[in-house]
Write a protein that binds this ligand. Sequence first.
Ligand code: PEP
Ligand code: MG
Length: 331
Amino acid sequence: KQAAYAELRDVEPFTRCGTRIQVMMNAGLRDDISALAMTGADGVGLFRTEFQFLVSATLPQRERQTRLYRDVLDAAGDKPVIFRTVDIGGDKSVPYLASDIADKDENPAMGWRALRLALTREGLMKAQARALLEASGGRSLYVMFPMVSEPWEFDAAKKVFDEQLAFLRSKKKQLPEAIHYGAMLEVPALAEVLDLLLPKLSFLSVGTNDLTQFLFAADRANPKLAERYDWLSIPILRFLRRVMQSSVGSGVDMAVCGEMGGRRLEALALLGIGFRRLSITPAAVGPIKELVRKVDLAELSEAVTGWLLDPSVNLREELSAWAAARDIETD
Ligand code: PEP
Ligand code: MG
């Protein structure tokens, strides 16, 4: 099986009906980038910059951040890398930061984390913005903000980048050729204001790990709940389909970068509701490319649309049977 996936490395994932699906991978360390060449992924759809913070005994200084981002871009070559600004705080606590950050929130997932924290600790955000802009001198920068809950948070984060860009310009430093800003959709409230947010973005990536825990009010870290709510459920898929539908005509690239996209039945469901870009764990790139090549999107979308009309349907069973009838492997 591994050999079959290796053969797919240089094969572009077109569906049976001829649609090119973007299969990207998630990463967090410099060494993860070698998986781009190994798997043939289209790029890094989510680079979790907080890994460098979490594995450091001290706060990574700006120069160290710049070095990492430059190394990652060098290693990725022509393939795009979407850097997500730090998602620390909450349960991803970093003991070397001030005690109010190290303190455990009572509900860490819903606590003072990610952009919420970065926008109050502006020094942190400024240093990271400068590091990303400097590392991207002469090439494209893709930057994505986590846990955006309201459009003004996106504006505030982008402003930090604009200011650092102006500073670098005044110093006659080499600037990025182009900067693409995006947001993660992880907080359900944001879905209600996409009409305000989308015009500001070049891409939006749905973080289904956090989104699911917020939609079901089910802690993603609680083992007692791990098996209880299914990604293949009517509420999640109806929600995601509505998000997808609100983006039609916006010109914004829509993606899913949560773990959901790396599982075969779930990936089928996402393709069925209209997603054409997934960013997944590197080990899933081969299996998902294989699956994509066996799918007819019109047929799949018709089936999924029908199932979503009926809340009593068992989506996992329906999708398995649909896939089995088409010789699509799903285990
Ligand atoms: C997510 O929430 O789905 C996501 C991709 O981000 P993380 O898993 O890093 O929270
Ligand atoms: Mg998340």
